[in-house]
Design a protein around this ligand. Sequence first.
Ligand code: ATP
Ligand code: MG
Length: 303
Amino acid sequence: MDKKMKALVKRARQISKRYRITDGDRFRLKDVDPSDTLQFTSEDKPRAKEALGEGIEVLATLQDMLYAQDRWAVLVIFQAMDAAGKDGAIKHVMSGVNPQGVQVYSFKAPSNEDLDHDFLWRCMKSLPERGRIGIFNRSYYEETLVVRVHREFLEKQRLPSELVTKAIWKERFQDIRDFERYLTRNGIAVCKFFLHVSRKEQKRRFLERIENPEKNWKFSANDAKEREFWNDYMEAYEDMIRHTASDAAPWYVVPADNKWFTRVVVAAALIETMDELNLKYPEISQQARKDLGVVKRALLEGK
Ligand code: ATP
Ligand code: MG
């Protein structure tokens, strides 16, 4: 890593650490202001965009090493209310990386086949291969969010009734913690984002989706209906973060009322996550280097 890159990584870590939760006990959602932009004001927006561009370049280099080394994988999870900017964050932050090294999966309402299995099944099938970044646009965490807010989804899962007790959410948190520890012990780093948008900003974005014909496709009437359950969702998100934040698999709770800022923080957190892996390009053995010398000479001497 050259000096410039080291400085950029350091700056990224200064930003991301503010939003990283590794110990859920003291976490309160109300302590995170969705409109927070650190020291940046809206006049700094162009500078923030420039910083994002630099961050994206750093990410591209880290991803190149991840791919070449082929030892680690990174699982990146995005959770948020509708219109919080998951899609845009994924699109912008990953814009500089080699598409061959990234796998993106979106998890919508489960299919009949999904419902015939345990709740982690469909996500396990989609975990990233070594050397890759896997992005989950929603994830098994929905099993403690939408399924908790709307109990009819739990009924559809046809669990044996004696297993469905008051403890079910605690049990799911425990299973998820164990699962994520298992992943990290297998060389899959886990990085989780909750994009925290305010109810007011969500309303503004919904209205924009309705008014702008090019955004109509993004809006469904059901999204507006889910707003009625806002407080239930916030409670579920808070409980989820409190129970599943860990050193091995931190949550980043990212202010999401300003898209440009959200993207800066997401890029910074990904840089931090990958920097922790001490990635290096693979080095070849002395013998292999000698063999390369032989091939080089033959190439130079030939036509
Ligand atoms: P966008 O609306 O921005 O295109 P999205 O992620 O909201 O993206 P949708 O097509 O709206 O995509 O589908 C996601 C829906 O699927 C969400 O309402 C989510 O709560 C629901 N969902 C995801 N996982 C589950 C699950 N395990 N059980 C029930 N519903 C789920
Ligand atoms: Mg949606």
